[in-house]
Design a protein around this ligand. Structure first.
Ligand code: AMP
Length: 280
């Protein structure tokens, strides 16, 4: 496995592979890798001849009040994990490599970024779309892999590549969970023992709301109210609990008609957790 730290390194490998007519998959991450990330690598390994992963804790997607400074960084362990999963190349740029002095461009997707996490994390998606646009254009893989755990992000990235004609297919990968239902996340490392005990209740509530509205599509108001109550009783502070259509992210406020998902974002102490589940 090769490690590249400059855009030039990355481009050199990718150009060689493309010349050999090899299909290339890219897995963008912020490191502190877990089995959720590895599901993306496994999907890439299954579908592509070459797999590149990136590790970059992108300062532009953190608000000044957020956890950029404390975000877990475990480069040596991540490299071992990626190597054992059959990754060919890991791109680990420094912040100055991605944002050299004078960097002045912001890539912004409208519409889809307005609600859910976009409404609670000012500037977050602008940071995400700016770095994802850069990574995709730097590497120009055939396929880039994103997790459904961050479903809004997946949809925003699909919109980005469509709107800017970036010739990369965006593949979505199902959420990987702990045995008790908690979605794997690098931020789970922040949880105290007591918080870790409470955390799976987010998935539990999303699941029960999803089941209930699948059976009774007109019960959206009551089920969301019940879900909010149960989240609060479990000990979470709630950013949102909402149902949105799967393709458009349009709010579903009274009755589920098209394919939809339940989305939740909560805070437990200083840790923010998000999750979502399909209905039906
Ligand atoms: P992150 O390092 O948190 O930015 O995540 C990198 C990629 O891994 C994103 O596309 C995430 O959606 C995806 N991912 C994170 N956690 C999971 C999970 N539990 N299951 C599947 N994909 C995940």
């Amino acid at each position: 496995m090769e490690v590249g730290r400059t855009v030039a390194d990355l481009r050199e490998h990718l150009a060689r592979w493309r010349k050999a007519d090899e299909r290339v998959g890219l897995v963008p991450t912020m490191g502190a890798l877990h089995q959720g990330h590895m599901a993306l690598v496994t999907a890439a390994r299954a579908q592509c001849d070459r797999v590149a992963a990136s590790i970059f804790v992108n300062p532009k997607q953190f608000a000044p009040t957020e956890d950029l400074g404390s975000y877990p960084r475990r480069e040596a362990a991540d490299l071992e994990t990626l190597q054992s999963a059959g990754t060919d190349l890991v791109f680990i740029p420094a912040v100055e490599e991605m944002y050299p002095p004078g960097f002045a461009t912001l890539v912004r997707v409208g519409g889809l970024t307005q609600g859910l996490c976009g409404a609670h994390r000012a500037g977050h998606f602008d940071g995400v779309t700016t770095v994802v646009a850069k990574l995709l254009l730097q590497a120009l893989p055939d396929i880039a892999y994103f997790g459904e755990k961050d479903y809004q992000q997946l949809m925003v990235v699909r919109c980005l590549v469509r709107d800017l004609d970036i010739p990369v297919y965006i593949a979505g990968v199902s959420t990987v969970r702990e045995a008790d239902g908690l979605a794997l996340s690098s931020r789970n490392a922040y949880l105290s023992l007591e918080e870790r005990r409470i955390a799976p209740n987010l998935a539990k509530v999303l699941h029960s709301v999803a089941i209930a509205v699948a059976e009774h599509p007109g019960n959206v108001v009551d089920e969301l109210a019940r879900g909010l109550r149960e989240l609060r009783d479990a000990g979470f502070e709630i950013d949102y609990l909402e149902i949105r259509e799967e393709d458009t992210l349009s709010p579903v406020t009274t009755r589920v008609a098209a394919r939809s998902r339940v989305f939740g974002a909560v805070r437990l102490g200083k840790t923010r957790l998000i999750d979502n589940m399909p209905i039906g």
